[in-house]
Design a protein around this ligand. Structure first.
Ligand SMILES: *[C@@H]1O[C@H](CO)[C@@H](O)[C@H](O)[C@H]1NC(C)=O
Ligand SMILES: *[C@@H]1O[C@H](CO)[C@@H](O)[C@H](O)[C@H]1NC(C)=O
Ligand SMILES: *[C@@H]1O[C@H](CO)[C@@H](O)[C@H](O)[C@H]1NC(C)=O
Ligand SMILES: *[C@@H]1O[C@H](CO)[C@@H](O)[C@H](O)[C@H]1NC(C)=O
Ligand SMILES: *[C@@H]1O[C@H](CO)[C@@H](O)[C@H](O)[C@H]1NC(C)=O
Ligand SMILES: *[C@@H]1O[C@H](CO)[C@@H](O)[C@H](O)[C@H]1NC(C)=O
Ligand SMILES: *[C@@H]1O[C@H](CO)[C@@H](O)[C@H](O)[C@H]1NC(C)=O
Ligand SMILES: *[C@@H]1O[C@H](CO)[C@@H](O)[C@H](O)[C@H]1NC(C)=O
Length: 460
C-alpha cells in the first residue's frame, strides 16, 4: 500500500497533469491522463529492478524523454493511420514453431524499454541492443507480432532506408558478420525467403500498410546487455526499404526485434521458453524487456491459457468479459466472441467485437457522468472534458476478465488516452487484439513453454 501511495505521490509531483489518488472502496481510479504537453524529463523506473541477472533490458517509449531517439514525428490524422503504422507482418504462409539450435540454454536477460512521445502513432516501445563486433548500438522496436528481426544496413540506396538516429549498421565493419548463402540450411528454412542476389539469401517482409523491408538474411553477434550476447544471431540486414510511412514520419528507429513464436524470433533463437515485458505508464518512465523466466516468483502473476497455432506465430488469449467498477458488462459471453484475441506489443488499442465495445462504452460513460462529454476525436467516440488537468480525475475501474476467470484490473494509464476511452471496435481489417495501452504497468509474461500468459500488476 505504502509503495502505491509513494508511486502515485511521485507521479503527481513529477507530472504536470497526473494528480492521482486511489480510492479503493469506490473502485474509482485517479487517472494519469495523457497530457497534450509532453513531459521533457525522463523519470526512469518507478519500481526498483534487480540488475543481478544478465538478461534484462530497459524498455522505453519510442519518443519519450527516456528514449535514445529524438522526437520529431508528425501525428497521424486518425487511429486508423496509427494502426497502419503497426509493423505487423502480412504473411499467410505456414509457420512452424519450435526452437532452433545454434545457441544453448541461457541465463535470463532483462532489457530496459522506453517510450518516445505521447502522440498517437508513437505509442510503441524500443530497446537498445548492440549488433556486430565491435558492437554498434541499435534502437529497435519490440514486436510480439513479428518473426524476423531486422536492422537497416549499409548500403541502402534505392529505395533508401529511412533516416535513423544512431549509426547505420555496416556489415563490412563487423568482424563477426556473415550473410547466409542461398544453399545454406538457414536460408532453406526461412519463411520470408524471396530469392537470391548472387549467392546471398534474400528476405522480404511485407507489412499491413504495404511497406516492405528487403535485404540479406544474415548472422552476427547480438549483445543484449553488457554481460549477455548471442553469437550468430539471425536477422535481416535491410538494403532496400519501401516505406513511405517511415520516411514521411521521421521514424528514426534502427529496426525491429521480432518476439513472436516463430522459430526465427529472438526468443526462439535464445532457446528461451519464456519472456516478459513491462510497458511503462507514461513516456517519461522506463519499463523492461526480460528474456527468460521472470525475476519474481510465479505466484505473483495471474495466469490465463496461451493459445498458439501451428500455422500462425502470434500469441492469443481468450477474453471473456469486462467489469466496470466491479460489475460485469451485461452482455453474453458471445459478445466477446468465441474468438481469440491477439496479445500484442505492437498494436496500440484494444479492439473488441462491436457489441462488447458498445457495452463497455455505455457502462464507462455512465460512470463518467460527472465529466462533460467532449467531441469525438481521432476516431474515438467516447471522449470527456477532464478539465485542464489541474485536478484529480476519477475513473471507474476497468478489468479485463480472461479465460479461467483471470481478472486483470487495468492501470488508469491503460484506460483513457487524451480524454478518450482507449478502446476501439474491431473492423474487417482489425481483429480482436489486446493492445499495448491496456498492458501498461503490468509485467506481461509469455510463458511459451507452459502455454500460459501471466499478468503482474505494478511492475513498472
Ligand atoms: C512529441 O511529438 C510532438 C509532435 O510530433 C512534438 O511537437 C513534441 O515536441 C514531441 N515531444 C517531445 C518531448 O519530444
Ligand atoms: C523453421 O520453420 C520453417 C517452417 O515454417 C521450417 O521450414 C524450417 O525448417 C524451420 N527451421 C528450423 C531451423 O527449425
Ligand atoms: C549503447 O547503449 C548502452 C545502453 O543504452 C549505453 O550504455 C552505451 O553507452 C551505448 N554505447 C554507445 C557507444 O553509444
Ligand atoms: C544485389 O547485390 C548487389 C551487390 O551487393 C547490389 O548492388 C544490388 O543492389 C543487389 N540487388 C538487389 C535487388 O538487392
Ligand atoms: C520485398 O519483399 C516483399 C515481400 O516478399 C515483396 O513483395 C517485394 O517485391 C520485395 N521488394 C523487392 C525490391 O525485392
Ligand atoms: C496494398 O496493396 C494491395 C495490392 O496493390 C492493395 O490491394 C491493398 O489495398 C493495399 N493495402 C493498403 C493498406 O494500402
Ligand atoms: C490457421 O488454421 C486455422 C484452421 O485451419 C484457420 O482458421 C486460420 O485462418 C489459419 N491461420 C492462418 C494465419 O493462416
Ligand atoms: C470470478 O472471479 C470473481 C472475483 O474476481 C468472483 O466474484 C466470481 O465468482 C468468479 N467467477 C467464477 C465463475 O469463478
Amino acid at each position: 500500500m505504502t509503495s502505491v501511495f509513494l508511486l502515485l505521490l511521485l507521479l503527481s509531483i513529477s507530472s504536470p497533469v497526473a494528480h492521482a489518488r486511489y480510492q479503493e472502496q469506490t473502485h474509482d481510479h485517479a487517472a494519469a491522463t495523457s497530457s497534450p504537453k509532453s513531459r521533457a524529463v525522463c523519470l526512469g523506473h518507478r519500481v526498483s529492478i534487480p540488475f543481478s541477472s544478465g538478461t534484462w533490458l530497459p524498455l522505453n517509449h519510442r519518443h519519450g524523454p527516456c528514449s535514445p531517439l529524438p522526437s520529431s514525428e508528425r501525428v497521424p490524422s486518425s487511429p486508423a493511420a496509427a494502426q497502419a503504422l503497426r509493423r505487423g507482418e502480412l504473411r499467410t504462409d505456414a509457420i512452424g514453431r519450435g526452437t532452433q539450435g545454434g545457441t544453448t540454454q541461457h541465463d535470463d536477460v532483462t532489457i530496459p524499454t522506453s517510450f518516445k512521445n505521447t502522440s498517437l502513432h508513437t505509442l510503441q516501445y524500443v530497446v537498445t541492443v548492440g549488433l556486430g563486433t565491435p558492437a554498434i548500438n541499435q534502437t529497435v522496436y519490440i514486436d510480439t507480432g513479428s518473426d524476423l528481426s531486422w536492422v537497416q544496413c549499409r548500403p541502402c540506396p534505392v529505395p533508401p532506408c529511412h533516416a535513423q538516429k544512431g549509426a547505420m549498421f555496416d556489415p563490412s565493419r563487423s568482424a563477426t558478420y556473415s550473410p547466409f548463402s542461398c544453399d545454406s540450411a538457414a536460408c532453406h528454412g526461412l519463411d520470408d525467403f524471396i530469392g537470391c542476389n548472387g549467392s546471398l539469401c534474400q528476405y522480404g517482409i511485407l507489412y499491413g500498410d504495404n511497406s516492405s523491408d528487403n535485404g540479406t538474411y544474415s548472422a552476427d553477434k547480438l549483445t543484449l546487455t553488457p554481460g549477455y550476447a548471442i553469437d550468430g544471431f539471425r536477422f535481416g540486414c535491410t538494403h532496400v526499404e519501401n516505406d513511405s510511412v517511415a520516411q514521411s514520419t521521421d521514424d528514426l528507429t534502427d529496426g525491429l526485434l521480432g518476439l513472436s513464436a516463430s522459430n526465427v524470433s529472438l526468443v526462439s533463437q535464445m532457446g528461451a521458453k519464456a519472456f516478459s515485458y513491462c510497458l511503462p505508464p507514461t513516456e517519461g518512465h522506463s519499463g523492461f524487456l526480460r528474456l527468460g523466466v521472470p525475476h519474481v516468483s510465479a505466484s505473483r502473476f495471474v495466469v490465463t491459457p496461451m493459445i498458439l497455432y501451428e500455422n500462425d506465430s502470434k500469441f492469443y488469449v481468450r477474453l471473456e468479459g469486462i467489469a466496470v467498477n466491479g460489475r460485469r458488462l451485461p452482455v453474453l459471453l458471445e459478445a466477446f466472441g468465441d474468438v481469440d484475441y491477439m496479445l500484442d506489443s505492437g498494436t496500440i488499442y484494444t479492439h473488441l467485437p462491436p457489441a462488447a465495445y458498445r457495452a463497455l462504452r455505455d457502462a464507462f460513460t455512465k460512470e463518467m457522468r460527472m465529466y462533460p462529454r467532449a467531441p469525438p476525436t481521432q476516431g474515438f467516440d467516447t471522449c470527456f472534458d477532464l478539465g485542464d488537468g489541474g485536478g484529480d480525475v476519477k475513473l471507474p475501474s476497468v478489468a479485463l476478465v480472461f479465460d479461467r476467470n483471470v481478472t486483470v484490473e487495468l492501470d488508469p494509464s491503460g484506460i483513457i488516452l487524451d480524454g478518450c476511452l482507449a478502446f476501439m471496435p474491431t473492423t474487417d481489417q482489425i481483429h480482436p487484439i489486446i493492445g499495448n495501452v491496456q498492458q501498461r504497468t503490468f509485467e506481461v509474461l509469455y510463458d511459451v513453454g507452459g502455454f500460459a500468459v501471466g499478468f503482474r500488476s505494478g511492475a513498472c
